[in-house]
Design a protein around this ligand. Structure first.
Ligand code: SF4
Length: 422
């Protein structure tokens, strides 16, 4: 069907007909079966119609993931994810459970003259959220007693949109409730730079509780794009937040960028990469914009034919990949979503030794992830011997996404987890 449509439209997709499976999964399996690169490339090209460029990339990443995982005993441990579904304001392209704490007219890049922060109704729900979250975390710690905790990830939303007092409370609670003695990686997303610049001391609080990896996400270094997508912060704030994080002692800083943002051209991506290179992050994730009606929005913002859009997306991807390599970053994980710009992919790059372990464990589905908070999805991986009928079994328990539903149904979320691990 793909070949027929490809011939009819004159278009080829970078990942060919490969869908519904992680591109690195096939390469990982074939490498484990001692197949050489040429055999894997031929297979991906001939069976899944993947381009040679992407086939090589998937082998490189599969090899890197396998090598990193071989350094860790992950099978009998677990990871913890803590979801904080609040952000300073809501970005225009966001599809996550993210509730804005500030009204759109608050001081921001677009409203620098405003001095008073106007709060939303969600701002008054953060304390109640923490109470429910702590209840779920306590139940989770009880459920996993005796199992080694390997990684902790506080994501969202933007966890650092909480106040210093709330962050301190959460971190203190986590340290008192879980055994952190074997934790290899403790990440907090400070995605929005404005969330760590508003109050001095947030970053120091994170360091005080041994957070060793932090995400400061520019998405783009073009101010006009940030304004267009409703990220109420400036490019300068991104630089400032990054330097502050370094000064606070963070030696592993991740940055995220998005390719295919409204109005951006390959030259904008090249500009963003040059600006990011000056900051020299330890880890860089290159996302391709994924929107529910992505193709229509892409059409609206570029006014070009779809085939040209794919070429633009491919050019952006090449610039980003080359730019990351020039910074000394090596690709180490890759995943795809529906409706991605140009049918591309998301790639994580890192300096050797600075790779986000949580990302690999999650992506490769080799370890259970206990996830707490609104919209969090717990995954149980049965790490049992190959002769066990449950070998390879993976089951999920999803928490409700809506904030109010989570607050009123947290006991049910706990029960879902207990059932999954019973
Ligand atoms: S910072 Fe991320 S989670 Fe928050 S609104 Fe923007 S895209 Fe959504």
């Amino acid at each position: 069907m793909y070949a027929l449509l490809s011939e009819e439209t004159g278009r080829e997709l970078p990942w060919g007909a490969l869908t519904g499976i992680r591109p690195t999964k096939i390469a990982t399996q074939m490498l484990a079966d001692k197949k050489d690169d040429n055999t894997i490339i031929s297979y991906l090209k001939n069976v899944h119609l993947v381009t040679e460029e992407k086939a090589r990339l998937s082998i490189e990443i599969a090899r890197r993931e396998t090598e990193i995982l071989s350094r860790h005993h992950y099978a009998d441990g677990y990871s913890l994810y803590v979801g904080i579904p609040f952000c300073p304001t809501r970005c225009a392209y966001c599809s996550f459970a993210a509730y804005p704490l500030q009204q759109a007219g608050s001081p921001s890049a677009s409203h620098p003259d405003r001095t008073e922060v106007l709060k939303t109704k969600y701002a008054s729900m953060t304390d109640k959220y923490l109470v429910c979250l702590e209840k779920e975390l306590a139940a989770t710690a009880k459920l996993m007693r005796g199992v080694r905790l390997d990684t902790v990830y506080i994501g969202g939303g933007t966890p650092t949109s909480l106040s210093v007092a709330q962050l301190t409370r959460l971190l203190k609670f986590l340290r008192a409730t879980f055994d952190f003695s074997k934790v290899k990686e403790f990440t907090v997303e400070a995605g929005r730079p404005d969330s760590i610049l508003d109050v001095i001391g947030k970053l120091l609080t994170l360091r005080e509780y041994d957070v060793d990896r932090i995400c400061v996400n520019p998405q783009t270094m073009r101010q006009r794009t940030l304004d267009a997508i409703g990220r109420a912060h400036t490019v300068e704030q991104t630089r400032e937040a990054f330097h502050l994080a370094r000064d606070a002692g963070f030696e592993n800083i991740n940055m995220d960028i998005i390719l295919g943002l409204p109005g951006e051209t390959p030259e904008d991506v090249a500009f963003t990469m040059r600006e990011i290179a000056k900051l020299a992050p330890d880890d860089l994730t290159v996302h391709s914009l994924a929107l529910k009606r992505g193709s229509r929005m892409w059409e609206e913002r570029t006014g070009t034919a779809e085939s040209t859009q794919h070429e633009i997306a491919a050019a952006m991807s090449r610039i980003a990949i080359e730019g990351a390599r020039e910074m000394g970053l090596v690709p180490y994980y890759l995943y795809r979503q529906k409706n991605m710009t140009g049918n591309m992919e998301n790639i994580g790059f890192a300096k050797p030794g600075k790779e986000g372990l949580t990302n690999i464990l999650g992506m490769e589905e080799v370890q259970s992830i206990l996830a707490c908070g609104a919209g969090a999805i717990t995954k149980r991986v049965w790490n049992v011997p190959p002769d066990d009928p449950q070998h390879g079994l993976i089951r999920r328990a999803a928490n409700v996404k809506e904030l109010e539903a989570y607050l009123s149904r947290v006991d049910e979320m706990i029960e879902r987890k207990e059932m999954l691990f019973s």
